[in-house]
Design a protein around this ligand. Structure first.
Ligand SMILES: Cc1ncc(COP(=O)(O)O)c(C=O)c1O
Length: 453
């Protein structure tokens, strides 16, 4: 308004503008667009009913600083989700403050530290398996502990012998996900729990893989003391682009007093919801009650499925993963032969040595065939890892089409490897990360990797 001259703004008709943005939107791949078998991420379809619930004005317009008397419904939602999480994990109470899985890990480790401090013990290290997600050692470091890596055995499970050697009176705890990141159930979990507890440590459950065991078995019954769950994975709330997420942390009786506060709680005397500060709380880990809209979506998902439905989620997730694995087993190397749970890890190691086609190339070629890529190069202990998690929400037809596409790519690697290594051919942007290959040093590195050196 203060400018003397007219601004030189582009002029475009509404119709053209809408067409432009609609075209751009259609270039975006998403869980609504098709299968998204990104292992460890549980990229399931997000039901639209949950979105409708999250958009209800009475919730969406509630002010986070409103007095408890004005937001009784919101507090009840938090208490209901807390109760469901505790029932599903076998824990006593939970905080819904942490805004992601990684934030849940840090919260759990701070609870672990507060517990040991209260026993008058200074413990210095936390054990994690070598198949662990990168956030585990990062959280351990931020919590001020030293990370000690426990090797996996030939089956892909925690090597019990090595584990026992590393466990001592300096061990604050052991962080584990079960099923682990190779998609395998740690069958020795009860022995592991016993050993950790005998050494005075606590057992931490990284609940990123809870989708595999929902309603079937509970971390609490396996012996875990602290659990984080990822609402944005297991309970079908949007996940991607960095969030927003929700990583509630649930604990057993002996750790409730350390939970972050305040904890929304039902006062049985008045039937009203209030906020209670646990006696030795580690303090707040997030403003207000965390990402409330994600909690709301999770409640909608949990109640629309019900206990039987949630169990069926896990059963179908496992069935779909086993089916996909069986369909592509002839085309790709399977480094571990144990029955997979909700995800599995294949390897393109042999393929790379024979044809020069790497896991990354298989992922890129999959984009041409209309699917999102799997997770690649994780877990780190598998050469040319490709981690597939089809989730329970994909139909048999879709999983068959995904398997067919993967089998075709394996055949192309043999007959026409360039079509795979130069892919994707159909996406608007091709290999942005590989732009760096123009640097001679990186080019040499890439050539070395391709040659298997
Ligand atoms: C096994 C595992 N642990 C922890 C995390 C961290 O969760 P978030 O991304 O919510 O921080 C992930 C995320 O993918 C994971 O797969």
């Amino acid at each position: 308004m203060l400018a003397d001259e007219e601004l030189d703004l582009p002029e475009i008709g509404e119709r053209d503008l809408v067409a432009h943005f609609t075209r751009l939107a259609h270039r975006q791949y998403s869980v609504d667009a098709g299968a998204y078998p990104l292992g460890s991420c549980t990229m399931k379809y997000n039901p639209k009913a949950s979105e409708a619930v999250a958009a209800l004005e009475s919730f969406a317009a509630a002010h986070p600083s409103a007095p408890d008397s004005m937001v009784q419904g919101c507090l009840e939602v938090i208490c209901l989700v807390e109760r469901a999480i505790c029932a599903l994990t076998g824990m006593k109470r939970a905080t819904l403050q942490p805004p992601a899985g990684a934030a849940g890990e840090l919260t759990g480790l701070l609870i672990m530290r507060a517990y040991h401090d209260a026993q008058g013990e200074e413990r210095s290290k936390v054990l994690i398996p070598d198949s662990a997600h990168g956030t585990n050692p990062a959280s351990v470091a931020i919590a001020g502990y030293e990370t000690v890596v426990v090797p996996s055995d030939l089956e892909g499970l925690v090597d019990l012998g090595e584990f026992e050697k590393l466990l001592d009176d300096q061990t604050a705890g052991f962080m584990l996900t079960n099923p682990n990141t190779l998609g395998l159930f740690e069958k020795n979990i009860k022995t592991i729990a016993k050993l950790v507890h005998e050494a005075g440590g606590l057992l931490y459950y990284d609940g990123a893989n809870l989708n595999a065991v929902l309603g079937i078995c509970r971390p609490g019954d396996m012996g875990f003391d602290i659990v984080h769950s990822n609402l944005h994975k297991t309970f079908a709330t949007p996940h991607g682009g960095g969030g927003p997420g929700s990583g509630p942390v649930a604990v057993k009786d002996h750790l409730v007093e350390y939970l972050p506060g305040p904890l929304p709680t039902l006062d049985p005397a008045t039937g009203r919801f209030m906020q209670v500060q646990p006696a030795k709380s580690i303090g707040r880990v997030h403003a207000n009650h965390g990402n409330f809209a994600i909690v709301l979506r999770a409640l909608a998902y949990m109640t629309s499925n019900g206990p039987e439905g949630l169990r069926r989620v896990a059963e179908m997730a496992v069935l779909n993963a086993r089916y996909l694995q069986a369909r592509i087993a002839g085309a790709y190397q399977m480094p571990y032969t144990g029955d997979c749970m909700h995800e599995f890890v294949a390897s393109a190691g042999e393929m790379r040595r024979e044809t020069g086609v790497r896991a990354l190339d298989v992922g890129k070629r999959l984009l041409d065939k209309g699917f999102h890529a799997p997770t690649v190069y994780f877990p780190l202990i598998v050469d040319e890892a490709m981690m597939f998690e089809p989730t329970e929400t994909e139909s048999l037809e879709t999983i068959d089409a995904l398997a067919d596409a993967l089998i075709e790519i394996a055949a192309e690697a043999q007959t026409d490897p360039d079509v795979v290594t130069q892919s994707p051919h159909t996406t608007p942007v091709r290999r942005p990360d590989e732009g760096r290959v123009s640097n001679p040093k990186t080019r040499r590195l890439t050539a070395d990797m391709n040659a298997g050196r």
